[in-house]
Design a protein around this ligand. Structure first.
Ligand code: MG
Ligand code: ZN
Length: 225
């Protein structure tokens, strides 16, 4: 039984090595990248669509979609106006890893894009255990999921750089204790950058778009030190 732990560590470090290669590749091309994670149905693809539609005058955007079986989400990114969308069919696998991303990247011409969004498989557990090499990870939570999710899935809330709370248009109709939710988040990830918005109505989306545009701009600037 005790032999299992080193094997897992080896797999993880191989993943981290490839993730570092992915990052170097993106940095060399001045492409900023985000990893979207969420439970199924929280609105990752809707946020991809809003982000493309809101930024396509300012940025060239590509999407890599991880999906267990279909290309529906990649089709939506195409329809929204992505420069390019690439489907990774995980063949039943419940998360993306750095090697899958590395295998997909040659389908992109990095010199033609400013921002790469990776839409991970809908799952609150293991995607957070696999670094992809993206610059920041974004967790999309949503009001109908309930306010207890930070307490039930602490690993993913602890590990992300940004939180988007989607579907705030449903707050009047769904019991959701925002204070309880935010206290749970704050305990796991103090000061986490958070955007509350509705991809459906557009409320709150501009603050998110400005944040993304600023992040991309910072990646384009040569480092001062
Ligand atoms: Mg999706
Ligand atoms: Zn998994």
């Amino acid at each position: 039984m005790t032999k299992r732990i080193p094997v897992v560590e080896k797999i993880m470090s191989a993943n981290d090595r490839v993730a570092a290669e992915n990052r170097a590749h993106l940095d060399a091309a001045c492409v900023y990248s985000l990893n979207f994670m969420a439970s199924p149905g929280a609105g990752k693809t809707s946020l991809v669509e809003r982000t493309i539609q809101g930024l396509q005058d300012r940025l060239r955007l590509a999407v890599i979609n991880g999906d267990i079986a279909t290309s529906l989400d990649a089709d939506r990114a195409d329809a929204a106006g992505a420069v390019k969308s690439v489907q990774i069919n995980t063949g039943g696998n419940c998360h993306l890893d750095a090697i899958m991303l590395q295998d997909a990247m040659p389908q992109l011409t990095l010199g033609e894009i400013d921002l790469l969004i990776v839409e991970n498989v809908g799952n609150l557990i293991c995607p957070s255990n696999f670094q992809l090499g993206t610059h920041k990870s974004v967790l999309v939570a949503s009001i109908p999921e309930g306010a207890d999710k930070p307490y039930k899935y602490p690993g993913i809330y602890r590990g992300v750089d940004v939180l988007v709370i989607n579907k705030i248009d449903l707050l009047p109709y769904v019991p959701f204790d925002m204070d309880y939710f935010r206290r749970g988040v704050e305990a796991l990830n103090p000061g986490l950058e958070t955007f509350a918005l509705s991809c459906k109505t557009g409320e709150g989306v501009n603050a998110w778009l400005d944040w993304v545009a600023n992040e991309v701009e910072a990646e384009r600037q040569p480092s001062v030190w």
